[in-house]
Design a protein around this ligand. Structure first.
Ligand SMILES: Cc1cc2nc3c(=O)[nH]c(=O)nc-3n(C[C@H](O)[C@H](O)[C@H](O)COP(=O)(O)O)c2cc1C
Length: 388
């Protein structure tokens, strides 16, 4: 019988550690990766990840249960484990404590552009340790097999996570952070290079991965930032990584954002717009901005972000103040369907290569097939390593 693509074998240590078929992880992406995407990737042989950065504990529990109903394979939850956040802070308290200078500037922008005050649901963002701790308890109760720390040092939750049989992964952007999370006992480190979508550091993937691999040995390292096909996967393995963590590639899959639409968090037009924006992007379009979250975020820009940058609007670095300030404007933009001002479209530089909307299974299958072809035929044919 002919071997189909999905029957190809491509195994690394990561597959054994996570109980998955292929060393491909769909990155946690707030506003993008819900149960439908996570389950589709896990069913395709990779590891699907639910992003919990904008979920309340009960919403997370519901999405974990939905994921379990869609797949019997392992999956992960990605959230932040920043201990330095206030113990308890509600979104309304964030709004009350917003610096006057920022409020004034946002008010001016609202007036000049004509953004209406939003009615109904506005975005939630993790603002307090209490939410993080409750999310963590939900993951334990629901027996989530893998946890990913997107930001901060997850040291405080490791003993309990390990006692409950969880594998813990930590996302880092430089060698110093990698050493810190390796020393406290994180099981797998995800090293994300500058070119990646979303929050990102200053070091490019090609330089970052081997240096992190050397620094944290024997802790396994997963490569992230600019990886969307079999070439990126093979290159990552050559740099010493045991697998890949891909965001932008899956952000334009059919399954991306499906649950957000089903739950009324987003509507079809804006998800179609965001996916199309990524498909239309060149490698130079995703730019770094602090306007959206206060941290360096690689994003496809728009007129609202551009105006804020051109007029040197204030940036609040303390999490999650800038997110809430911009989120409140964004809500009005969404409700009035002001397409040119839609601000939330994180994407990496690899967006320039992604020109087709595919299913998650197809993305995984294509990556595996291409990687196997490169490793088994292309490289042996093209690289002469015989005697001189
Ligand atoms: C739309 C989008 C949203 C993201 N949100 C999160 C998030 O909530 N948590 C997180 O750990 N990383 C987030 N990231 C970063 C990804 O997890 C990942 O590290 C990055 O996308 C990898 O680079 P790539 O986009 O080149 O594949 C996001 C990325 C994108 C594109």
């Amino acid at each position: 019988m002919a071997t189909t693509r999905s029957e190809k074998i491509l195994r690394t240590k990561l597959c054994d550690m996570l109980g998955i078929k292929y060393p491909i992880i769909q990155a946690g992406m707030g506003t993008v990766s819900g149960p439908t995407l996570a389950a589709a990737v896990s069913n395709a042989g990779g590891l699907g990840v639910i992003a919990a950065i904008d979920l309340l504990p009960d919403e997370l529990r519901r999405w974990i249960r939905k994921t379990k109903a869609l797949t019997d394979k392992p999956f992960a939850v990605d959230t932040i484990f920043v201990k330095s956040l206030p113990k308890s802070l509600t979104m309304d308290e964030v709004r009350e404590q917003m610096p006057a200078e920022s409020m004034d500037f946002a008010g001016k922008v609202r007036k000049e552009i004509g953004i209406p005050e939003a009615t109904g649901r506005t975005d939630t963002m993790i603002a307090s340790r209490q939410i993080i701790e409750e999310q963590f308890q939900v993951c334990i109760e629901e027996k989530v097999p893998v946890l990913v720390s997107a930001l901060g040092n997850p040291e405080w939750m490791l003993p309990q996570a390990h006692a409950n049989g969880m594998t813990v992964m930590g996302l880092v952007g430089n060698v110093k952070e990698a050493r810190q999370v390796a020393e406290v006992g994180v099981d797998i480190i995800i090293a994300q290079g500058h070119e990646g979508g979303g929050h990102t550091g200053r070091i490019g993937t090609l330089a970052l991965i081997p240096q992190v691999v050397d620094a944290v040995h024997p802790t396994p390292v997963v490569a992230a930032g600019g990886i969307a096909d079999g070439r990126g996967l093979v290159a990552s393995l050559a740099l010493g990584a045991v697998g890949v963590w891909c965001g932008t590639a899956f952000a334009v899959s059919h399954e991306a954002c499906v649950d957000h639409i089903e739950d009324g968090i987003y509507t079809q037009w804006e998800i179609d717009l965001r996916k199309q924006k990524i498909l239309d992007a060149t490698e130079d379009d995703p730019r770094i901005t602090r306007v959206i979250t206060g941290k360096t975020l690689r994003n496809l820009s728009n007129k609202l972000v551009q105006k804020w940058e051109e007029e040197r609007g204030p940036i609040i670095k303390q999490w999650p103040f800038q997110c809430v300030l911009i989120g409140d404007l964004q809500e009005g933009v969404r409700q009035k369907q002001m397409k040119e001002y839609h601000p939330w479209a994180p994407a990496g530089q690899i967006a320039g290569m992604i020109k087709e909307l595919k299913s998650s299974r197809q993305i995984v299958d294509d990556m595996v097939a291409e990687a196997v072809e490169i490793l088994s035929r292309k490289l042996p044919q093209e690289v002469d390593i015989g005697p001189a």
